[in-house]
Design a protein around this ligand. Structure first.
Ligand SMILES: [Zn+2]
Length: 66
């Protein structure tokens, strides 16, 4: 056999192995995993989900924990 088999890759999100032809969202195995990975990036980027208030914050959370 001289034909090269389909290339199998591993999904960066879930680690599942699949063929490139099987996915609609390479290099992920599915759109869902792509969105999950994207969500991770956004979480790291933004950090705090809530929007910032213009008023100064007087609550000191630092002294509460530990
Ligand atoms: Zn996946």
């Amino acid at each position: 056999m001289t034909e090269h088999p389909q290339r199998k890759i591993a999904c960066p999100t879930c680690g599942k192995q699949f063929y490139m032809d099987e996915t609609t969202a390479p290099p992920f195995c599915c759109q869902r995993c792509k969105l999950i990975d994207l969500g991770r990036w956004l979480d790291e980027e933004i950090g705090l989900p809530h929007e910032q208030d213009e008023s100064p914050k007087t609550i000191d959370r630092d002294s509460v924990d530990q």
